[in-house]
Every structure is written in C-alpha cells, then in structure tokens.
Design a binder for this molecule. Structure first.
Ligand code: GTP
Length: 179
C-alpha cells in the first residue's frame, strides 16, 4: 500500500508590527528566540511537521509584516488558509484594538466558504514583561474573544517559551477541522 498522503494545513498569522508574530513562529517551529528586532519584509512561511490524532500533518505557517496592510501582500497570502492566528502584545492596547481590523481584513481577503464559522485563534504575547507594563487584562481579552464568535484565547511568551505549543496545538486542531 502506498504511504498515506500528508495532510497540508495553511495557517496565517496577523497582527500589528512588533507584537511578536515572527518570534512566536520561530519559537514554535525552531525553538529559537532573538531579542533583535528584524521587521518581516513581505511574507514568509515555515513548515512544522506534527502528528495529530495519529495522522501526519504538515502545517505551513505564513507570517507577514504587520506594516503591510490591505491587499499589499496579494490574495495568495490569504487564500486557502485553514486557520488565522491574530496576535497582539498584552503591553500595548493599540495592538489589541487592532484585532478587529485584522479579523475583518482576513475575512475580506481570504473570503472563506463559511466566514461565520471560520476558525480564528487569538494570542496575547509578551506576558513575560513586568506586570506594571500590562495594558490589556486577560479578562478583557477573554471577553472580546467570547463576544467575537467564541474565539479560543491564549497568552504566551515567545521569549520564555510559555504557552506557545498549547496555542499552536489548538491552531492545528482547528485548522484540521477545516480540511
Ligand atoms: P513585524 O515583522 O514588524 O510585523 O513584527 P513581528 O510581529 O513579527 O514581531 P517580532 O517577532 O519581530 O518581535 C518584535 C520584537 O519583540 C523583537 O525585538 C522580539 O525580540 C520581541 N518579542 C517578541 N516576542 C516577545 C516576548 O514574548 N517577550 C518579549 N519580552 N519580547 C518579545
């Protein structure tokens, strides 16, 4: 019998510039973190192989520069996505307020079959930063996610590698449900 085909999943990460999109992806896929800020130019993707419910899965994670908005990336970036990860920085309320815009932009450009039920995951990153700098409480973020179609919510530190695997496991499971 020929080996079973690998399931391919496409995941898109969106959020304001500097919230840690590239860092989350690097930590999840390569277990690496750098404090040096290197703005993403255009779009980039990494592959992560994982086994989900006994099936081999190839998750392609697409990262984009937070500065590039509104179609500048081209529709190919968005189309065919199986899950969209919306990232904000818990110490930056502007990046939290932008989540709705990113979600709307994704739905407009990706144009999924069933927009009402398309899987999003929200990540509040940089929870390692001292508590006094925190601008958005977990409670506020959870309330937003609940009101926006019950989106799963995770808090992470790409720097200290906390919560990253858990968040992406939910991303993978929800993406899998789409294929
Ligand atoms: P763009 O490419 O401009 O869209 O940025 P991005 O969202 O990909 O952010 P990036 O991953 O490049 O991280 C921006 C800066 O935040 C870098 O200096 C990172 O080192 C830092 N950073 C990322 N994640 C964390 C984190 O969990 N904690 C802390 N303290 N810093 C982080």
């Amino acid at each position: 019998m020929p080996p079973k085909k690998r399931t391919m999943l496409k995941v898109v990460i969106l959020g304001d510039s500097g919230v840690g999109k590239s860092s989350l992806m690097q930590q999840y896929v390569n277990n690496k973190f750098s404090t040096q800020y290197k703005a993403t130019i255009g779009a980039d993707f990494l592959n992560k192989e994982l086994t989900l419910e006994g099936r081999k899965v190839n998750m392609q994670i697409w990262d984009t520069a937070g500065q590039e908005r509104f179609q500048s990336l081209g529709l190919a970036f968005y189309r065919g996505a199986d899950c969209c990860v919306l990232v904000y920085d818990v110490n930056n309320s502007k990046s939290f307020d932008a989540l709705t815009l990113w979600r709307d932009e994704f739905l407009l450009l990706a144009n999924p079959r069933d927009p009402e039920n398309f899987p999003f995951v929200v990540i509040g990153n940089k929870v390692d930063v001292e508590e006094s700098k925190r601008a958005v409480s977990a409670k506020r973020a959870q309330a937003f996610c609940k009101a926006t179609g019950n989106i799963p919510y995770f808090e992470t530190s790409a720097k200290e590698d906390t919560g990253v695997d858990q968040a992406f496991e939910t991303v993978a499971r929800n993406a899998m449900a789409q294929v």
